[in-house]
Design a protein around this ligand. Sequence first.
Ligand SMILES: Cc1ncc(COP(=O)(O)OP(=O)(O)O)c(N)n1
Ligand SMILES: Cc1ncsc1CCOP(=O)(O)O
Ligand SMILES: [Mg+2]
Length: 285
Amino acid sequence: MSREAWLDFRLYVITAQSNHPGKPVVDVIEQTLIGGAQIVQLRNKTGTRAEVLEQAKALRLLTRKYNVPFIINDYPDIVIETDADGVHLGQEDMPVAEARRLLGPDRIIGISTHNLDQALAAERDGADYIGVGPVFPTDTKPGRAAVTTSYVAEAARHVSIPFVAIGGITLDNVDLVLAAGAKRICAVSAIVGSDDPASVCRSFLRRIEAAGGKAEIANKKSLTVNGRQELTSARTVEELVQQLGQQNKKLIIELNGVIVQRAQWTATELQDGASIEMVHFVGGG
Ligand SMILES: Cc1ncc(COP(=O)(O)OP(=O)(O)O)c(N)n1
Ligand SMILES: Cc1ncsc1CCOP(=O)(O)O
Ligand SMILES: [Mg+2]
């Protein structure tokens, strides 16, 4: 398969051994492949190099059997050693140009981005795809601030290489991410942590397919939220709160200068050009 065909994926799955204690990684990933996962990444943040190498060898065999690309997080040397298809880099890892020198022109290089400047730099540096996230807060990447669906919408507008939305994405919120313009979704705990990874993959793929063509940027509204311009697909105050990842906070919301009571958020529609003030208050004593 060509690199272009490989990058034409919709559903990206990443390993997370701690999400399925007692079940081997290879068995869980095979379930995701049966369910239709189209690209697999080995991510092992706690194992020794030898353990990562052993898992990489096993996943290399499995992904060949299903003819899907196999990416390794953090270890370009293991990519070469196991003849994997590419590497995923973080912002603090080696530069894309150095990975390209090591891996050659044909392997896939992906890099995490957390804002549009990083995305445009990745594009200039010759990355093949970028990760956009974490869209929502997630225990899989603790301590990393959510970029919200606003950055997904920005990436959809301005980034020309493939981008995959990642971070806290579940079947409950994936429609918001797709509505913001994502065409490729990566979910970790929602898939490998489930009792039935194949069925969760099928459900994600159905949702991604159903959104095809609906994620028109032209449909987005321009709002001012706390003085900042936001491009959003949110139809209501409730959807906006969710897209901004604020649903678990105590908030007072003003729409065009008028307070909207919590009970009215779902019914209150947003018009293009609206101005919102969101005040987060911390309850005391
Ligand atoms: C598809 C994808 N996107 C983002 C990441 C995160 O990579 P990184 O920033 O290097 O952080 P760690 O995964 O190493 O903790 C990813 N692995 N895959
Ligand atoms: C590795 C990584 N990078 C950004 S978010 C994330 C974890 C995504 O995992 P989950 O789908 O469980 O939130
Ligand atoms: Mg990394």
